[in-house]
Ligand binder design. Structure first.
Ligand code: PFF
Length: 455
């Protein structure tokens, strides 16, 4: 892709869906969704999330994909193509992946460490009490116990794939691995149903208890939606630019949403009940959830260490396809905005990732005395991106489509290659419902940022 203009396209509808799903399905589904569901009320979080996927998620993804396909350009150039005055929206959107990539690589590093430890036969050590906490707090001895090493390994793999242009190869591999991950998730989840006490856990995850509802439930679900579906960061615009003109947009968007949400739902179904079953109330929640509960589940399984190794390798590939697409988005933005050649752009991405990633990685260990609005670095970056930047980009995108260029631009593009069954609801969503709700969310996020309110 040169000057933001795409020079190749996905082959057919399936090609587009699988490529976009490869970007969408990642740590957001397997690591982030379960811990938020546990933190923000179980079943009620799930319900709110599902409602948001079919409304906001659908409207925003459809908008971005259509915008990309219509202009044939990446995010920075796409907005400018429709209105020179509003091209800044594209630049702000392009900042988001640059902020996500560093901490995504830190978590990717945790997954890499767990994969390698299980392959090396240290499964029982991984499942030991306090292992995860010691690991992220830099309390383990030796090179292999240092989270910085794993963060750098994951970041280097991501950037090498991107530098050598072998992402197509990786994507081909993940087309096989993604269904495999789904099958494994289902199998392990079915097994977990045999663990005594699981019914209470399942009830917590599946039954929407309205007394658990709070503003944080909605805000958490909304941030998760952006993150998980790779929205409000220009990614889906770029994917749209590669999409052929005869591929039906509405159907494809539905399919991507279904795949993405199914993986998140399944990961939640496996992980969330386990907190109640295994933790007996003492389990740490938050970002470490999956890394603490899953080893305990694998410990109870016959052949659990082998299954764990395969499982973490699959998660590793899901994370890698996503991190590659995040890195690509930043590189493309740097090329478009600053005219950098590809290798220089990769070098800039490497520096940003190293600096911000190091802060995130050490923020639970040697740098734990430094917090921003009471949060360690990683949590702060995650908060800032999901509660401030993405709602900001999303609201600007909706207002831009709703009132500047008008929804007809999107509607025409969708109808070019198929039906648009949800045309009327789409217009209401993009013009009114999404902007109003997004502004409320943004304001709450800002109040939190300035310490008036705590999410
Ligand atoms: N959607 C991915 C996930 O759920 O892990 C994360 C992601 C991919 C974020 C691509 C940003 C991005 F550009």
């Amino acid at each position: 892709m040169e000057n933001g203009k795409s020079d190749s396209t996905f082959t057919g509808r399936l090609g587009f869906i699988l490529a976009a799903a490869g970007s969408a399905v990642g740590l957001g589904n397997i690591w982030r969704f379960p811990y938020l569901a546990e933190e923000y009320g179980g079943g009620i979080f799930l319900l709110v999330y599902l409602v948001l996927v079919v409304t906001f998620g659908f409207a925003l993804m459809l908008t971005e994909v259509s915008l990309g396909r219509r202009t044939g350009k990446s995010c920075i150039a796409a907005f400018g193509e429709l209105s020179q005055k509003h091209r800044a929206i594209g630049w702000i959107a392009a900042l988001v992946p640059a902020l996500i990539l560093p901490y995504y690589c830190v978590i990717g590093g945790w997954v890499t460490k767990y994969s390698v430890d299980y392959i090396a036969g240290s499964g029982s050590v991984v499942a030991g009490a306090g292992f995860f906490e010691s690991f992220i707090e830099c309390g383990l001895t030796g090179l292999m116990g240092n989270p910085m090493v794993w963060f750098i390994v994951f970041a280097v793999i991501t950037l090498l794939v991107v530098a050598f242009g072998v992402q197509n190869g990786i994507e081909r591999v993940s087309k096989v691995l993604l269904p495999l991950l789904l099958v494994m998730l289902i199998a392990i989840t079915v097994y977990s149903f045999t663990i005594p006490g699981v019914v209470d856990g399942l009830k917590f995850y599946l039954y929407p208890d309205f007394s658990n509802f709070s503003m944080s439930t909605v805000l958490g679900a909304m941030g998760q939606l952006f993150f998980s579906m790779s929205l409000a960061m220009g990614i889906m615009i770029t994917y749209g630019a590669y999409m052929k003109k005869d591929v039906p947009i509405e159907k494809s968007v539905r399919n991507i949403s279904i795949i993405d949400t199914s993986v998140a739902f399944l990961a939640g179904l496996l992980i969330v009940p386990m907190v109640i079953v295994l933790g007996g109330g003492s389990m740490n929640s938050g970002p470490g959830l999956m890394f603490e509960t899953l080893p305990l589940v694998f410990e109870t399984m016959p052949g659990g260490h082998v299954i764990a190794a395969v499982f973490f390798i699959l998660v590793f590939f899901a994370a890698l396809t996503s991190s590659i697409s995040i890195a690509e988005a930043v590189i493309l933005a740097l090329k478009d905005r600053f005219n950098l050649d590809r290798m220089k752009a990769i070098a800039v991405v490497a520096v940003i990732t190293l600096v911000l990633g190091t802060l995130s990685c050490l923020g639970y260990g040697p740098l734990d005395s430094i917090t921003i609005i009471g949060k360690p670095f990683l949590d702060f970056f995650d908060f800032f991106v999901n509660y401030i930047m993405m709602p900001l980009v999303a609201v600007m995108t909706c207002l831009f489509i709703g009132f500047v260029v008008k929804p007809k631009v999107i509607i025409d593009e969708v109808k070019l290659s198929g039906d648009f069954a949800w045309e009327k609801p789409y217009v209401i969503l993009v013009k009114w419902v999404c902007p109003v709700c997004l502004i409320l969310i943004l304001m709450t996020g800002l109040l939190d940022l300035f310490g008036v309110f705590t999410l």
